[in-house]
Design a protein around this ligand. Structure first.
Ligand code: EPU
Length: 334
């Protein structure tokens, strides 16, 4: 474990923003994390870098969390408990689970990022959220360096939300996550239109978890840019949830608007709102809006964090003017 100086962070954030870390340490073990925290409280944690827009150099000590390891902790006939360490790449972990025929994560295939950050924003796709498979989140208290275990019910999971994004923000560092997966009688989720179409195309009537994972991979590859080719952080904004009154006003004027009904409100796809404002596929220098999914902002090469941010602000302003809806970012801005 060695502190490095003036490290370029372009390859450590999937937006590919060229900022620097004044000081940078790679953490491979929990005990190394504890040792660093004992010495330094002024830290910035970086993991997969797939949900952050960096707009400036980082003056704090950057901790690059790279703790690896996947282990089966306990098994019954139907259930397996798997511990995955924070630095494991999310998609590789999902692939590992599919290879072992462990069910629950298949719909979450190909989501960029690492295991340790998956609970923070409760990653989700195609009718499944990571909270559905999480049993416990293990973390280190930054102040006391004590190990803390959060049971699922204490994580306040919500749509792209958790206690780690709110009340406990910057108070803990997640080191590992305990997942509860199925070994048989998998609970499959394939009612989502796009998955149904993909299975039909491949003439699959009774899908396995592998079939579902492959369907999700194909859909995502078609629609979403690969961060290895074009810098991006997936959905930049959350889909706004509005009351029936607000929904009715917009729907009256736009009866083709897609929407999802929640228990009492309506969720409107931000991608649709942004497309209606004319931004889809637009490019401003190296900052742009993806041509297949307007919810994804992209860096074509050398955009700065501030250029992406100013595009995001323009989008918010337009959506507000046209629909009277305030978009909220899903990506963290630094
Ligand atoms: N749409 C448009 N124009 C666009 C994009 C979407 O009209 O440019 C419409 C689509 O036609 C569709 C609706 O909006 O009717 C929803 O689109 P999509 O199925 O692509 O899903 P989304 O709501 O835009 C969410 C998640 C994605 C996740 C997909 C699939 C959020 C913020 N995003 O996107 O998650 O993959 O559903 O479940 O909830 C991510 O968080 O990074 C992410 C990619």
């Amino acid at each position: 474990m060695k502190t490095q100086k003036n490290i370029p962070l372009k390859k450590f954030n999937t937006f590919g923003i060229a900022v620097k870390a004044k000081q940078f340490i790679e953490i491979k073990l929990i005990k190394e994390l504890v040792a660093v925290l004992k010495e330094e409280e002024n830290i910035f944690t970086l993991s997969g870098g797939s949900n952050i827009l960096l707009t400036k150099d980082i003056e704090k000590l950057v901790l690059f969390l790279n703790i690896k390891g996947i282990k089966i902790i306990k098994e019954t006939k139907n259930i397996v408990y798997v511990n995955a360490n924070a630095g494991e790449n999310w998609h590789e972990f999902v692939q590992w689970s599919i290879k072992n025929n462990f069910g629950g994560l298949e719909n979450l295939s190909l989501i960029p990022g690492n295991v340790g950050t998956s609970p923070i924003q409760n990653i989700g796709a195609y009718g499944v959220e990571v909270k559905d498979t999480i049993k416990e989140v293990h973390a280190i208290d930054i102040k006391t360096q004590k190990k803390v275990v959060f049971k699922n019910e204490n994580c306040a999971f919500g749509y792209r939300n958790s206690v780690f994004k709110n009340k406990l923000k910057n108070k803990y560092i997640i080191t590992n996550v305990l997942f509860k997966l199925t070994k048989e009688n998998h609970k499959l989720h394939y009612s989502y239109g796009a998955i149904q179409q993909e299975l039909k195309k491949n003439k699959i009537v009774e899908p396995t978890i592998k079939n579902i994972a492959n369907a999700v991979i194909n859909i995502r590859q078609r629609k979403l840019p690969n961060p290895k080719e074009i810098g991006n952080c997936g959905s930049f904004f959350k889909n706004p949830i509005v009351t029936k009154d607000v929904f009715d006003v917009i729907y009256k004027l736009n009866d083709k608007m897609p929407f999802y009904k929640t228990t009492t409100n309506y969720k409107i796809p931000a991608g649709w709102l942004i497309e209606q404002c004319g931004f889809k596929g637009k490019r401003f220098g190296d900052a742009g809006v993806h041509k297949n999914q307007a919810l994804v902002l992209v860096n074509y090469g050398n955009a700065t964090g501030n250029e992406i941010l100013s595009l995001a602000n323009n989008i918010c302003e337009s959506v507000k003017q046209k629909f009277k809806i305030n978009l909220e970012t899903e990506v963290n801005i630094f």
